[in-house]
Design a binder for this molecule. Structure first.
Ligand code: HEC
Length: 367
């Protein structure tokens, strides 16, 4: 009898031990980030508090987890010299910013390369990608605390194997944080649906209204800049130049060639990975969020623009629409409004209308 009891006891202990082991086996950060990214997005339930951190931004101003309390913010992780994935992440970040014009939200990009990404380097990077986005903060981190911060967000930021193209590997997720410093969602920036869900979640948390339908179609030149095409395609180390190539042939990484025509440009925008231009490690982001009309206008522009970037357009001063942050050519007939002794330019009547109703909302200092 005593023996049987001992056996039961031992079995019970083993079972408890096994269950505890299963429960305690810590999933890797990547597993956790992926699991969270694929979890139900709509509920926006609090997931975990942001970790404690204290860094400086591109203007050398201190930014800490507590200085962000009271704000809704979106965080991602990049480094400025990265050639494989960050340009795409940053293109997505800029798209997100443009999709949330006038919304009271901050965008934070944590550098995962503290040795190289100084505030000066980050300023230059911000200027290249989104020169007129006051809501975007880039953080210069430090080597001691970065692993703790990354772990606190459940993201990976580690040194890559020697010999790989990029020296650092890191997660491509976007993290959404509420006014109380609680993480409310983790989104996979490589999925279009995730980015849409993120933009909606930001609006919900920030108490912003649904977006106004865009009026007044942007020109090919405007789309080329507002969709970040210029930032990648005018940096030869990142992407092939696009102008002056209509009718020429393209060689893909599998050796097959094709004509550089309207169909090919459109396919490059809708399914960029279907045919990959030879020699570029970076993947181009998909543009299936653009309307059929915008795709047509953009394709025409890419095929017809001369090999040199059009000089005539460069002479017209370019201003930034304070509502949607799109670049606008400040021609005499452009849509404009005076406010506080300054002339503002707009891409569309809808933006002009929104600005005229509440100018303060769209000015960094509250107007
Ligand atoms: C994040 C950087 C990035 C952005 C932003 C980007 N592209 Fe690309 N694009 C690339 C890279 C890299 C390639 C070459 C690899 C490939 O074919 O996928 C490419 C290839 C192309 C090609 C095929 C070129 C060839 O030589 O075969 C076209 C056309 C193109 N992009 C148009 C555009 C347009 C138009 C936009 C803006 C709406 C844009 N791209 C935005 C990185 C980018």
């Amino acid at each position: 009898m005593a023996k049987a009891l001992t056996l039961v006891g031992v079995l019970a202990l083993l079972t408890i031990g096994f269950l505890a082991f299963v429960k305690l086996r810590a999933p890797s950060n990547l597993e956790r980030a992926e699991a969270l990214a694929h979890a139900e997005k709509k509920k926006l339930e609090p997931l975990f508090p942001v970790p404690v951190f204290s860094y400086v931004d591109q203007h050398r101003a201190p930014v800490t987890n507590t200085s962000l309390v009271g704000k809704v913010w979106v965080a991602n992780f990049i480094f400025t010299t990265c050639r494989t994935i960050c340009p795409m992440l940053t293109a997505r970040m800029v798209q997100l910013q443009r999709a949330l014009p006038g919304v009271d939200v901050r965008f934070l990009s944590f550098s995962v390369d503290p040795a190289n990404d100084t505030p000066a380097v980050l300023t230059a990077y911000a200027k290249k990608w989104a020169p007129d986005e006051p809501r975007w903060t880039l953080l210069a981190t430090d080597a001691e605390t970065l692993p703790v911060t990354a772990a606190g967000f459940h993201v990976t930021a580690e040194k890559n194997k020697p010999g790989e193209l990029d020296p650092i590997i890191h997660s491509s997720v976007f993290v959404l944080i509420d006014r109380a410093g609680m993480v409310r969602g983790v989104y996979d920036s490589e999925h279009r649906e995730d980015l849409k869900a993120l933009a909606n979640a930001v609006r919900t948390l920030a108490g912003a209204q649904a977006p106004m339908p865009q009026q007044g179609a942007p020109s090919g030149l405007e789309l080329y800049h507002s969709e970040s095409c210029a930032t990648c395609h005018e940096a030869p180390e990142l992407a092939p130049p696009l102008f002056g190539r209509a009718g020429s042939r393209v060689t893909f990484d599998n050796g097959i060639t094709a004509a550089f025509d309207a169909e090919y440009v459109k396919e490059s925008l809708l399914a960029p990975d279907a045919k990959r231009a030879k020699g570029y490690p970076l993947h181009m982001p998909g543009y299936d969020h653009l309307s059929a009309e915008a795709l047509l206008v953009l394709t025409k522009y890419v095929l017809e623009a001369p090999a040199e970037a059009p000089a005539a357009t460069a002479e017209v001063p370019v201003e930034v629409d304070p509502v949607c942050h799109m670049k606008v050519r400040a021609t005499p007939d452009a849509l404009a409004a005076e406010h506080g002794g300054h002339r503002f330019f707009f891409c569309s009547k809808s933006c002009l209308g929104r600005f005229s109703a509440t100018p303060g909302v769209f000015l960094p200092d509250g107007g």
